[in-house]
Design a protein around this ligand. Structure first.
Ligand SMILES: Cc1ncc(C[n+]2csc(CCOP(=O)(O)OP(=O)(O)O)c2C)c(N)n1
Length: 340
């Protein structure tokens, strides 16, 4: 039997057979796909042909996949600099994303944004911003628009724990709670803002979810190494919104395995203990789910192998497409630039 090297305990008290097998396979496929895409981006980044900063999401895949599995295509999401997982889980086009990383003219934002500003309107991936906390009021405005238009669209916004130190978040929560806006705030707490640990930034015992709760937003903490827990928490949030009870805040806890930006781990710089990284690798969101599916007889290793093959083929094709795509031309330099 193929086993991932790492095993977690996370699923052993969840009976996965209550879910449709195809749904479980889709969750596994989506997480594995993000993992393999990230690994390939990382490998190729070292060739120095991708002229964009990158922020890999390896270790945090379950947040994107579990949440987006509960959202509709018409629902909108917004994200930050660490946006690859959110974009892919919402259905963002892979070729357009890889082209964007190579700054090609057919990139998803026509080479103007790079990795930190991915967008795919057709998939409901409405934008991302590298300004920490900056996307949160924009997403809150999107939820206000949906409410004013009497649309059933829900907005999800993803941001890191670093954004909880920006006033923009708390102003947005206050407004969203006041207006009972259809918005879910997904705080991806990975314990670090670049190389500053939460324990150096917040008083001991601070709970991010409790702070959000104090603003009148229904908040909960979620084990975001577990895709089912993220999915179920998102469903609860959606039910709450649909009942008219207003916004929700999910503090999704998972760990960033790679460095803050670029390729590889950066633990050697001393801001985190390499043993901490090893610990979190034992609760790998992809591997623990795989092992649980195999153990509960809900996935066969041949099916898993087939998924790997399909993903590898798609990745190969997307990179070839991007690398062979045209660069932007000088004449288009001012395209998309506006001034009064
Ligand atoms: C307003 C603002 N301040 C500082 C920065 C520099 N910066 C870029 S990413 C980052 C860390 C963000 O940490 P977090 O929000 O926890 O997200 P993570 O990188 O952990 O996913 C900082 C401080 C920025 N981009 N914007």
């Amino acid at each position: 039997m193929i086993r991932f090297h790492y095993q977690g305990q996370g699923y052993y008290n969840i009976d996965l057979s209550t879910y449709e097998q195809a749904f479980l396979h889709n969750l596994y496929y989506a997480m594995l796909r993000i993992r393999r895409i990230e690994e390939e981006i990382e490998r190729r980044y070292c060739e120095d042909e991708m002229k964009t900063p990158i922020h890999l999401v390896i270790g945090q895949e379950a947040t994107s996949v579990g949440s987006c599995a509960a959202l509709k295509t018409d629902d909108r999401i917004y994200a930050t600099h660490r946006t690859h997982g959110n974009y892919l889980a919402k259905g963002g086009d892979l070729k357009a994303m890889i082209s964007e990383l190579y700054c090609r003219a057919n990139g998803c934002v026509a080479s103007r944004g790079g990795s930190m500003h991915l967008l795919d309107k057709k998939a409901g991936m409405d934008g991302s911003s590298a300004i920490v906390g900056g996307i949160i009021p924009i997403a809150t405005g999107s939820a206000l628009a949906a409410q004013l238009q009497s649309s059933d669209c829900i907005t999800g916004v993803f941001f890191g724990d670093g954004a909880t130190e920006e006033g923009a978040l708390w102003e947005s929560l206050n407004f969203a709670a006041l207006k009972k806006l259809p918005v879910i705030y997904f705080c991806e707490n990975n314990f670090y803002s670049v190389c500053s640990p939460l324990k150096n930034r917040e008083p001991a015992g601070t709970r991010i979810d409790k702070k959000a709760d104090a603003f009148g937003v229904n908040a909960e903490q979620v084990d975001a190494t577990n895709v089912i827990k993220v999915y179920e928490a998102t469903l609860r949030a959606i039910l709450r919104i649909n009942s008219g009870a207003g916004p929700a805040f999910l503090e999704c806890i998972a760990y960033r395995w790679r460095g803050h930006s670029g390729a590889g781990d950066d633990s050697h710089t001393g801001y985190r203990d390499p043993k901490e990284v090893l610990h979190w690798e034992t609760v790998c969101p992809v591997a623990t789910f795989y092992n649980a599916l195999i153990d509960q007889g809900l996935l066969h290793e041949n099916q898993a192998r087939r998924m790997e093959e399909m993903i590898n083929a798609e990745i190969k094709e997307a990179f070839a497409y991007a690398i062979n795509s045209p660069n932007p031309v000088y004449e288009d330099l001012n395209k998309f630039a506006y001034s009064d």
